[in-house]
Design a protein around this ligand. Structure first.
Ligand SMILES: *Cc1c(COP(=O)(O)O)cnc(C)c1O
Length: 234
């Protein structure tokens, strides 16, 4: 028996996204809520699936593969965590988006695996927006050059940017970060680089997703507010 009401939590987040869209004059349909299910059992994902949820986010390849196998194949899987090149092959056939591309070598590997599977994998470029030492990601000022370098690779389609904003007590403190991300994506879109679209902006988590939506997020990645706190000790 789950002690939390997953569906209620999910609907509550949807409502709050809706509110943020209204405040920003955006259509709710512009924002996709990704249920970040890492560490959570398949039964919980199934409960949400039965409620109509089709977008799940995971940060580990093995866990992602197991969950992919367990759920129906109309589910969209988002790889949101740091991705090792030797593991790309396990998800290349079925992942919907890889949000965490932050090196040329990783992009090349994804390209190679995608070509093997005769598909195009949509990818997002992970940006270290606040320049934190501890975080993965391309620095904002290097983003355009990075994108130009990988944009010609076959089998990938660059669809936008992703960031993990700093942990802050007051989510308002991340508004500037989100605004800079939006501006960066607008600037890059304006360059009209072949094979590059800046349609998607993946930002906002449990703590700050409403601010992210107000500033232009199209994917929000929410875990604990839906599934409850994660327990890494088990
Ligand atoms: C875990 C995780 C999330 C979700 O975090 P919550 O604060 O639980 O909503 C979002 N994005 C990434 C990249 C994550 O690793």
């Amino acid at each position: 028996m789950p002690s939390i009401n997953l569906v209620e939590n999910y609907e509550n987040i949807k409502q709050r996204i809706c509110g943020a869209c209204k405040r920003a004059g955006r259509a709710e349909s512009e924002v996709t809520l990704i249920a970040v299910s890492k560490t959570k059992p398949i039964s919980m994902l199934e409960d949400l699936y039965n409620h109509g949820v089709r977008h799940f986010g995971e940060n580990k390849v093995q866990e992602l593969s197991e969950k992919m196998d367990a759920l129906a194949n109309d589910t969209h899987w988002h790889m949101i965590g740091h991705l090792q090149r030797n593991k790309v092959k396990y998800i290349a056939n079925s992942v919907s988006y890889i949000h965490s591309v932050e090196s040329v070598r990783l992009a090349e590997t994804i390209s190679k695996e995608a070509v093997k599977h005769q598909r195009t994998i949509p990818i997002l470029i992970e940006i270290n927006a606040a320049g934190e030492e501890s975080k993965f990601g391309i620095r904002p000022e290097e983003t355009e050059a990075f994108i130009r370098e990988i944009s010609g690779l076959p089998g990938i389609k660059i669809c936008g940017l992703m960031t993990v904003a700093p942990f802050v007590e007051d989510p308002e403190d991340n508004r500037t970060v989100f605004r800079q991300m939006k501006q960066l994506s607008v600037d890059i879109e304006a360059k009209n680089i072949n094979n590059v679209s800046m349609r998607e902006l993946s930002m906002g988590m449990t703590n700050d997703f409403e601010i992210a939506v107000e500033e232009g997020a199209t994917f929000v990645r929410v875990g604990s507010a839906i599934f409850g706190e994660r327990d890494y000790s088990i």
